[in-house]
Design a protein around this ligand. Structure first.
Ligand SMILES: [Mg+2]
Ligand SMILES: [Zn+2]
Length: 224
């Protein structure tokens, strides 16, 4: 971390803060007919992540709203060291943003125990007023991104200038890679780690947030 640039962290949610992907867990549990075909279309890039996620939730009736919310919250496991990581950021004046392609109805309750201001949490929204669940997209791509992200992580990262900020990304999947290419420091696990390897992008491997804190401490010391 540079002494002149202000550190800012962009942290993914599903598979990063939680041990597994919550959208996949919901679909695997409630098994709405047709969800697996939609996943195949997302993976083969026939449709965007945004379209795919929207279409999967449209398969679920709003009558099961509470059941779905309860399942998602009960099922999710927070990766170890996360509480310590949040504390480390706030006591070291490191701005922490949660940048997630996940959905508000599980993200806000799961992050509730941690002192993260709501305006530092970026995710997609949900509308339970129709027959089936409708996902809403308050943070769409801008002119500089044509990925049809749903929640555009690069737009948020780009809003912090690299001239003034030391930008750090923590993630786990291919959808984190576009953002990873922009930042100064990458913490990667799972598919994001493989993608960084493949493209020769330096990264720090993590499987818990204690590793992230240790590395942040070491980097801060080196630059003193
Ligand atoms: Mg993820
Ligand atoms: Zn985008």
């Amino acid at each position: 971390m540079s002494q002149t640039k202000k550190p800012v962290i962009f942290c993914d949610f599903d598979g990063t803060i939680t041990e597994t992907d919550n959208i996949v867990a919901i679909m695997q549990h409630f098994k709405p007919e047709g969800w697996e075909d939609i996943v195949k279309q997302i993976v083969s890039q026939e449709i965007s992540v945004k379209d795919g996620v929207g279409r999967m939730f449209e398969l679920l009736p709003v009558s099961r709203k509470q059941e779905i919310i309860d399942f998602a919250i009960r099922n999710a496991k927070i990766r170890s060291g996360f509480a310590e990581f949040v504390d480390y950021c706030s006591s070291h004046d490191i701005e922490l943003f949660i940048t997630s392609g996940g959905i508000d109805f599980f993200i806000y309750p799961l992050l509730e125990p941690y002192p993260i201001p709501e305006d530092h949490i970026y995710c997609n929204g949900s509308d339970f007023f129709g027959e089936t669940i409708r996902i809403v997209w308050p943070h769409p791509c801008d002119d500089e991104c044509d990925n049809d992200c749903g929640m555009c992580k690069t737009k948020i990262i780009r809003s912090f200038s690299k001239e003034t900020h030391y930008r750090i990304l923590i993630g786990d999947s291919i959808t984190d890679f576009a953002g990873a290419k922009l930042v100064d420091l990458i913490f990667a696990r799972s598919h994001l780690k493989e993608q960084c390897e493949l493209e020769g992008k330096p990264y720090i491997a993590y499987e818990d947030f204690y590793t992230v804190v240790e590395h942040l401490e070491r980097t801060a010391k080196e630059l003193q």
